[in-house]
Design a protein around this ligand. Structure first.
Ligand code: FAD
Length: 459
């Protein structure tokens, strides 16, 4: 049975008495399909335009990572549309990092030894399918696959799409155009032309390439409840478990290092030197095939402000704040956009223009903060995790978190296992660092004073 309003609604327009809008969502990826569902549950007429074919019929997911780490913010957004349990039912919990050193030794660093929270590895395709399937229950969602947005007039809400099959150009109008069309957003391209719109992008000099550790005899070849990391200073490799008992492996390194690997001999030499324990797991033949099959992909970090234009347009997810993937927060942040936007839409006293304005003001600092944190975490993952000082800090953080669970929340926990605004996570970390530095300096000074006192025979 299809319905246009949620069962829990007490009135004709869903969760509130806001008049229904015609909303065009551009991009039917993870954030777009969640946004479509969220708006439909509030009674709006939703048109979901996606450039690619319906992912549910696609054999191969083109583009980005095969699996993703889902954490608290994404879970919360899924819970709001009653899908959290369905998604978690097939997700694989990852309780910590398993670090592989160059000799093949493995060390476990749990994410949260105190409250045992974990990340969940979920398939991108599966998650997208769950969201699209959930949307099928709503007759007020109209799906238009293989429609590529060519142009949008933001003032008029007029959009031009190219039908990918026929190459025909079709037009549509909407009260509100929501760009969920990813890092290279066409909607944002129009926002950039508006006065007062600030935009910056930064490509990092590192690229990534996906490999695979297949299942062996129907079993995982490494412990599955961890995010595996091979930190190697300037570069690194990570692996996340999949439902089919394989691991998706992501090799990240500077393009100049990728460029040194031109032949199978180069590749095997490189892997035997840096990732020797992974070679038998991947298999030499498969390694060669997968490595040379694709070229390393670029990674970009994008910040902009504002996220909206009047009452007519808005960008969400990667379209608003693409980030490098090293905090595993891109999707989680995009889903949190939906949670925060919907809480504003629920306030019926606000006009659409006010909702969008408040969304920008509520969100931009945190979106910029998580872009910065994602950059920082790349250094932490490939370099700092190996250091004794990192483990010592982790141990201290865990101890203090155990003693003062509400006052001392370590950075990783606040980002991944809470909904604390990202900018507050950074501020928190700053005062924690300051306090620890002061304690360290005081301790060193006290020890020096004691040594001097002993030397001069004061005691
Ligand atoms: P996208 O997923 O990019 O979807 C955009 C959609 O819009 C696509 O379906 C596209 O076809 C469509 N589209 C584009 N242009 C048009 C157009 N002109 N007309 C119509 N449709 C259009 N995040 C995490 O939280 N955890 C992780 O572990 C994680 N790992 C990652 C690993 C890698 C290697 C990468 C690259 C990213 C990772 N991310 C992770 C980030 C995450 O993938 C993104 O943040 C997330 O996919 C953003 O979703 P989105 O819907 O905003 O954009």
């Amino acid at each position: 049975m299809s319905h246009t309003t949620p069962l829990s609604s007490g009135n004709g327009y869903g969760f509130n008495s806001r008049a229904p809008l015609k909303i065009a969502i551009i991009g039917g990826g993870l954030v777009g399909s969640l946004a479509a569902l969220s708006f439909a549950r509030r009674g709006h007429e939703v048109h979901l335009y996606e450039y690619r074919e319906d992912i549910r019929n696609a054999e191969l997911v083109q583009g980005r990572s095969i699996n993703l780490a889902l954490s608290q913010r994404g879970r919360k957004a899924l819970a709001e549309v009653d899908l959290e349990q369905e998604v978690l039912a097939t997700a694989i919990p990852m309780r910590g990092r398993m670090l592989h050193d160059i000799k093949g030794n493995r060390t476990v660093v749990l994410y949260d030894p105190c409250t045992h929270q974990c990340l969940y590895s979920v398939g991108r395709k599966y998650l997208n399918e769950v969201l699209l399937n959930a949307g099928e229950k709503y007759a007020n969602i109209h799906r238009h696959f293989e429609h590529k947005l060519n142009y949008v007039n933001l003032s008029e809400g007029r959009m031009e799409f190219k039908r990918m099959q026929t190459k025909e150009v079709v037009e549509d109008f909407a009260d509100l155009v929501v760009g969920c069309d990813g890092a290279f957003s066409s909607v944002r391209q129009q926002l950039v032309k508006k006065p007062g719109f600030n935009y910056s992008q930064e490509y990092i000099e590192h690229g990534y390439l996906e490999l695979c550790i297949p299942a062996k005899n129907g079993e995982f070849q490494m412990p599955e409840n961890y995010l595996h990391i091979w930190p190697r200073d300037e570069f690194m490799m990570i692996a996340l478990p999949n439902q089919d008992k394989s691991f998706t492996v992501t090799l990240s390194m500077p393009f100049k290092v990728f460029a040194t690997i031109q032949t199978t001999a180069d590749l095997l030499k490189f892997f035997h030197k840096y990732y020797a324990d992974a070679v038998p797991l991947i298999g030499e033949e498969r390694l060669i095939k997968d490595f040379f099959k694709t070229r390393p992909q670029h990674l970009v970090s994008i910040k902009c402000y504002p996220y909206h234009y009047g009452s007519k347009a808005l960008v969400l997810g990667d379209a608003a704040h693409a980030m490098v993937p090293y905090y595993g927060q891109g999707l989680n942040a995009g889903m949190e956009d939906c949670t925060q936007l919907m809480s504003l839409f629920n306030q019926t006293s606000l006009s659409t223009a006010e909702v969008l304005q408040q969304f920008t003001e509520l969100r931009w600092r945190d979106a910029h903060a998580i872009c910065d944190l994602a950059m920082y975490n790349y250094v932490e993952m490939r370099d700092l995790t190996k250091r004794a000082s990192f483990r010592c800090r982790k141990w201290l953080d865990t101890l203090l978190f155990r003693w003062f669970p509400s006052a001392w929340v370590p950075l990783y926990n606040s980002v991944s296992f809470s909904s604390m605004p990202y900018s507050k996570c950074i501020a928190n970390r700053k005062w924690q660092d300051k306090l620890l530095n002061n304690v360290l300096i005081s301790t060193v000074l006290a020890v020096i004073a004691i040594i001097i006192a002993i030397y001069f025979g004061v005691f």
